[in-house]
Design a binder for this molecule. Sequence first.
Ligand code: ASP
Length: 330
Amino acid sequence: MQRESKENTPILVASHNGTPGFPAAMEILRSGGSALDAVEAATRLVEDNLEDTTVGSAGLPNLLGQVELDALLMDGETLAAGAVAALQRFPNPVSVARRVMETLPHVLLVGEGAARFAREMGFAEAELLTEESRRIWQERLGNTDLYYQKMRDLAATLAEDPEIAAEAYNDGRSVTGTVNFIARDSAGRLAVATSTSGWAWKYPGRVGDTPIVGAGGYADSRYGAAACTGRGEMALRAGTTRSIVLYMKMGLPLWNACREAIKDLYDLVDPYASGMHVVALDAAGTPAAFSNRPGITYLVQRADMDTPELRPRTFVDEQGRAEVRPALVE
Ligand code: ASP
């Protein structure tokens, strides 16, 4: 693993779809701003990216054609966190999550309560179902009987070949997808943000790992931070990001901690078992990214680099063997 850190050089890591968020976040980090502000700003820009059908404004809807968004923000300095889940009609859930963290004695608001809070905080409402999302949803799932048939087919195919099933099921669009950002600022503070529209055509009210502290994301400036994308049910059951940080606290180096957490996923008995991918930073600012699938990439930029670099993640197989393989198309 490359040693990346120079004590005070800020760094940002992200899932492969994080590109739109880098310039704004790097500006914040370079001017001495906080990791927390950087990851929130970066996440908002991805939520606003209409090309990304896995998060924010253009996220694909649930079974009923409703766009339900999940997001989490965690401050590694104080271990404070804020999150929203199944939030409808508000395009920047990460900022609503921040307000939850800063104004309520709570961590997570869901559904109508989260929307009510967003309204009270003055966030603007918007219709999030784009024409394109509506078209795809109507074509495939407007009839709910068809949905259940699709879910049965998907379950059967997923067990055999998750990659192909996901592709066939969704016409080559990601069925799932999330954006992850982790930053370390010039003061050595860590923060994490995650945001997603979840599993497309999900059962209404379904919440994955993304807004759950310790599953979709976790940050503790003393040890490190991690965030997940992929089949959220797996990270929920394994407590994947908390595991990574705890493994580091217990003495494992970042690389070993990530490998161990991916290896844990293979112990889950899960007929839908599918891809899970983590990005992580240790307290010194060293980045890493691991996956239970080969060919997955992530983005890294230190403040002394001009642009983010797309790097391959380390693939971990069922026996815990880890290797970096050349990136395939994600
Ligand atoms: N983890 C997200 C979820 O399960 C989706 C994804 O990252 O693919 O909702």
